[in-house]
Unconditional design. Sequence first.
Length: 213
Amino acid sequence: MTLRTKVLFAAVCVAVLVGSPAEAKEKIRIARLPEATAAVPGAETKPVWGWVDFCRRYRGECDSGRARAEDIKLDAAAWAVMDDVNRMVNQSIVPVTDQEHWGQPDRWDYPDDGKGDCEDYVLLKRKLLIQRGFPRGALLITVVIDLQGAGHAVLTAKTDHGDLILDNMRDEIIGWTATGYKFVKRQAQDDQNRWVSLQDNIQVPASVAANRQ
């Protein structure tokens, strides 16, 4: 076997073992499960008007009643689904303001026509993940103040690896403290129609938060 043949043979063996560069990158992306802390919820607070209005128009979406506070068991399979849903929704929706879209300053709705603002991204991600078997009580619509000082909505996924954020501003899912946002309020885990304030920058390990449920 010539030297050139040996080199080619080695390259083929590596390709077989590792797969294509894209496949290798995908395996690395899925294998690196994030670690984060959990936010500490505060007192019950007033629900966001956009959610109340959404529930008037989609009553079946909001009539589930109380639920068990349950965190997502984050493994490679769950992470892959969350990551795919976050990226797919972010890339398939054209961002428009509610004023441009509906002719009104604030309306929460499903982006069925392929257009929407931050709350609409959140509603669709939440719906798709619930349809894929994720617990409703672990997928919490969350209101924050973004880096520009404006109101913004993200989806908090409560997991046994901490509170992770699905955001239309980025495709990567990250821990809540890594966003740089000021966290204001979110849905309660045991009742999606009850909202709780968030004590910004107050956090506990994910294991401690799970034991408090």
